[in-house]
Design a protein around this ligand. Sequence first.
Ligand SMILES: [Zn+2]
Length: 250
Amino acid sequence: MSTPLTPPTPEDVATMASDALHIYGWDLSQDGNVVEIGIGPFGADDKPLLPGMNFQAHVFQVPPAPPIAAEGVDLDVDVARELAYTSIGKTFEGWTVVEREDIDTSRWESHHWLVIRSEAGEHFGATYSKGLTEYQDTRPWECDTIACFEPIARQTRVVQVHEWVTRADLIKLHEYDELIFGGVYCTHCTPDDCADADDNVMWPCPPLRAAGVTDDEAIEIITARRAAIEKAHRASAAQGEAKTAGGDRG
Ligand SMILES: [Zn+2]
C-alpha cells in the first residue's frame, strides 16, 4: 500500500526557504508562513558599519495562472449589459462575472471595469459607464451596438498591512510548553511536525525577545502559570473529595 503524497503547505515552503537562507549566517526565525530575516550591521572594512536591517519573506500559495486569449471578443450589447448587472460568480450565456470594479464617478455617470471568464477559462475585461440615477437613463454601452472586451491576464500583488496587537496578546499567542528533559519551547513558533529536538524554538522565542521579554519576566510567567495550574488542581481535588464525602453520607 502506498502512502498518499501530502502537498506542501505554505509553512513547509517557508521552512525550506529558511533552511536555504541559513548559508548566509543571518538571524532567521519562522512563524507559520513568515520567515523573519535579520541582517546584522554590515559594511566594508574601511567604512563605518551600517545599521542592521529586518526583512520578512511571506509564502503564499497562488492558483495556477489562467490561460490568456490572443484576441478580444465582441459581445452583443444586450449580453454585455446583462453581465454588467449580473452578480459576481454568476453565469449568463456562457460568461461568468469574475469582478466588477468601480473606477470613478463623474457628475452624472459612474465608470466601471468588468472582468468576465469564458467557458475555456480565458478572461476578458471592458470598461463601461452608466447613469447615476434613473433620470439620466444611460445604461451600460448605451450608444454602442457591440461591447468590445480585451483579453486580460491575472497579476498578483502583495499588500503590506500592519496590525497592532497588545503585548499581552502577543505573549498569549506565543504560548510555551515544557520539554520532558527540561527547557521550554514556543508552541507557536515551533513547527507542528517538529521531529528533530534541535528544531524546537526555545521560549521566550525571538518575537517575544523583540517585545522585551527578559529571562526574569519569563520565569515570572512560568511561575504564575504553574501556580494557576496547581490552584485549579487543588480546587478540583477538593471538589472530588466533597463529592465522595457526600456519597458516603447518602
Ligand atoms: Zn513564539
